[in-house]
Ligand binder design. Structure first.
Ligand code: SF4
Length: 331
């Protein structure tokens, strides 16, 4: 009997309070994350990808944002039903999170070793000595050279890449099942970015870690992820195995994103862009939210929201005309 998903998200809805009531900014998002899987969550700025992951951690910024529907199951535990004290144990204990800018998430006046050890003491109740021993071991696992000495360094004494490794060490201190990585390599130069991506792949392989990788960069996704979820206007546009999505995207938005990647343009030609702007929560188009920008849009698209239908094995798309390669649908 195969084990179920590590994380199962169903119809997750996050809304923002407006004078007239709640408006969804993440709208009915569903996906599963399997053990050892890396899922890339992709979309333009404002698509809802970061907000989805903050909701998984129950870390929505501001009192006007709330989870207003759906379910988040971590193993047997329903996270939407936990109180804040229980969620604090989940954060860092069972789900770790890393961000684009480690400096704003590492304490500047605490040594790196002490920050990791504090997390271990909070979640596992280890003694100071044991927590520091484990902290040094985690620093070694994330590739910090001479970890015993570097545990006594402060964040400003580390380079950008080393700080990112240190933040990964804090996130992994208590051996979480799931790591949420929110644009973790965006601020790094290409060489260090490649090293951090390699480290995440090694951690997946050695620890069976499941990772949700949030990014706007499909190049990073194609190097790293097993599956891809594409978000647009707060909804999932497409979800499936990486190979199928990169080779045969069925949703016009995904196809547009792929054409916008630097490697997609022939030498000497201009990169394509998707015309128009993504919608905002207060001005969502009717029907399919992508229709004002979609080259395939028909009358149906303007009036009816497409269902998130299966287009192939394990591959779903929210489109009335999810054409395969070479197909022309009648509109
Ligand atoms: Fe384009 Fe219509 Fe598909 Fe939306 S439903 S992506 S507008 S073809």
């Amino acid at each position: 009997m195969s084990a179920g998903p590590v994380l199962s998200v169903r119809d997750l809805t996050v809304s923002v309070a407006r004078d007239e009531g709640w408006r969804p900014i993440v709208d009915g998002v569903s996906f599963d994350l399997q053990a050892g899987q890396i899922l890339g969550l992709v979309g333009e700025s404002g698509s809802g990808k970061s907000m989805t992951c903050r909701a998984l951690m129950r870390l929505l910024p501001g009192a006007r944002l709330a989870i207003t529907g759906g379910s988040i199951r971590l193993g047997e535990e329903e996270l939407t039903a936990l109180d804040e004290a229980a969620m604090r144990k989940v954060r860092g204990g069972q789900i770790g999170m890393i961000f684009q800018n480690p400096s704003s998430h590492l304490d500047p006046v605490m040594t790196i070793g002490a920050q990791i050890a504090e997390t271990i003491r909070f979640h596992q109740g280890a003694s100071r000595r044991e927590a520091m021993r484990q902290a040094i071991e985690v620093l070694r696992q994330v590739g910090i050279p001479d970890p015993t000495a570097r545990a006594g360094s402060y964040p400003h004494e580390f380079s950008g890449g080393m700080r990112q490794r240190a933040m990964i060490a804090v996130a992994l201190a208590c051996q979480p099942k799931v790591l949420i990585a929110d644009e973790p390599t965006t601020a790094l130069d290409v060489t260090v970015q490649a090293q951090i991506l390699r480290l995440l792949l090694d951690l997946r392989d050695s620890k069976g870690l499941s990772i949700i990788f949030i990014t706007h960069d499909l190049g990073v996704v194609s190097q790293t992820c097993d599956s891809i979820a594409v978000m647009y206007g707060g909804r999932l546009a497409e979800l499936g195995p990486k190979r199928d999505i990169i080779r045969a995207a069925r949703h016009p938005y995904t196809a547009g994103l792929i054409r916008c990647q630097p490697g997609a343009a022939a030498t000497g030609t201009y990169l394509e862009t998707i015309p128009g702007q993504p919608p905002t929560v207060d001005a969502m188009p009717s029907g399919c939210r992508f229709h004002p920008r979609c080259p395939r849009a028909g009358e149906t698209c303007r009036e009816h929201q497409p269902a998130f239908i299966s287009v192939d094995l394990g591959h779903r798309a929210a489109c009335h005309f999810p054409e395969g390669p070479g197909q022309e649908a009648a509109r």
